[in-house]
Design a protein around this ligand. Sequence first.
Ligand code: C2O
Ligand code: CU
Ligand code: CU
Length: 503
Amino acid sequence: MSLTRRGLLTLAGVAAAAAGCGRASDGPGTGRLLTSKALPARFTAPLPIPAIARPVRVTADADHYVLTQKAADVSLLPGRTTRIWGYDGTFPGPTLRVRAGRPAVVTMRNELPVPTSTHLHGGVTPPDSDGFPTDLTVPRGYSPAPPTARQVHDVSRDYRYPNNQRAATLWYHDHRMDFTGPQVWRGLLGLYQITDPREEALPLPRDDRDLPLMICDRAFEEDGSFAYPSHDMAMHRPGARGQFVTGVFGDVILVNGAPWPRHEVDAARYRLRLVNASNARRYRLALEAGGKRLPMIQIGSDDGLLPAPITHTEIIVTPGERYDVVVDFAALPIGTEVTLVNDFGIGTTAEVMRFAVARKAADDSRVPDRLVPAAEPPLTTADAVTERQFDFRYDEGRWTVNRQLYDPAGSLATPRLDTVELWRFTSDFHHPVHVHLAHFQVLSRSGRSPEPWETGWKDTVDVRPYETVEVLAKFAGHRGKYMLHCHNLEHEDMAMMANFDVI
Ligand code: C2O
Ligand code: CU
Ligand code: CU
C-alpha cells in the first residue's frame, strides 16, 4: 500500500476535487490509487464478453440459477495474477439474461471468507430479496454472527426476481453493510439483462453486435493484487476524515475485466450497453476517430428503452448508471480505429477502449423512430402526490442524508404503493443518487432541463455540487423496506444511505 496517495482533506479540498468533474479528480489526495508497476499496454487485450449464466433447472414457475461467490486467481493484467472475489470466480460475474415476466430464482452460495448480500440494481424486487445491507449470507465457519444482521443465511440463499419490468440492462453487485466498496472492487459485480418481446421485435443490432461494456477503474499492487485502502472500520467512524473521503479511484480502466481492450468490429451498427460499475469514478464518454466525434444514438437509459432515439456526441455516466447506445461504424474506412474516450480523465484514465473497423459486412439493423409504443406518456408534476427532499451532505466529517447517518432500522419516507412522488435531491458534492425499487424520470436540474441523455426510466442520477435535482419516482411492484443511497461506494460505506418504506 506504500504507493497509495494519502492525505487529509477538508471539505474545500473535497469540493475542489469534485470527483470526476475535471482534472482535479485525478490529483493527489483525492483517493486516487496508483498501480505500482508499469501499466499494461493499451488497446491490445481483447474485449472479453462475460459468459451467459445457464439455468440449472427450469420449472413451471421459474428459471433457477446457482452462482457461487468465491476467490479465484485470474489474469486481468498481462503476466500477472489477481486474486479476485467473483461470482463463479470470474470478473465480472456471469451475465444473467432473462425475459420480462419470467421469474428467476438465483441461489447465491458464499464460499468467501466474509458475509455478503447481493443486490440486483434496477430490479423491481421483493424486499426480502433486494440485498438489504444487513441481510447477510454468512460463509461456513464465520463467526461471530454479525450483531446488526436483520437476516442471516448460512452459506447460501435464494434471491427471487419476478422480472416484471421493462427490457433493460441491470447489474448485480455486493451490498454488504460497510463493505460494499471493497467487495465490489474485488469483483462482486455482474450484468443482468432483461428482454421482452417488444424489444426483440425491434430491428436493433443483436448477437455479437450487441456488446455489454461494464466499465470500472481499479488499481493494482506490484504482485498483481488489487490495491484498496485499509478495509478496517477506521474510515467509517463518525468524524473520521479518511483520505478516501471522495471515494476510491484507480488508474487502470477495465472493460468487462480487461484493461483498455481493443475490439474488432464489422463496418456496421453496434449496440453498446454502457454500464458504469466503478466505485466512484464519473466518465464523460465519447467515441473518437481521427479527431472527430461519432454520433451515439441513445436508445435506452437505466431501466428501459426510450420512446424515441436521441443522438449525442458525449454522455456523462456516473457510478451505477447505464446508457444504451447504437453506433454506426459503416461509414468509416476499414482500418479506422475508434477510441472510447473519457473527457473527465487524465493520462491513463482519459481512454477506455478501442474499436477497430476490421471488415465490410452486411447489416440489416436500424434504429426505428419509435422504440416503445406511445402508450406511456412521460410523468409530469401533476402525477406527484407528494414531495420530499433528501439532502446529501458532508456534515461534521460524515457523509449524511438529511444530516443523518444510515440506520438500518430507520426510515425517512413512506411512499404509497402505486403512486408517484416528486423527490428533490440536494447536494454539496458529487453524489450519484440511487433509489432501490422505484424507477424515476429526471424532471429538472437546478430549475433547468436535465441533461439530454437523462431521459426515460432511471434509478440513478448524477447529483453535482450545490445542485438540486428533481425526479418523479414511481413506487410500484412491492411494499416493504427499501433504500436510497449515494452510489459512490465509499460514501455508501460511510453510511450515506437511508431507508424508505413503501406502504
Ligand atoms: Cu447498485 Cu443499492 O445499489
Ligand atoms: Cu439498486
Ligand atoms: Cu456520495
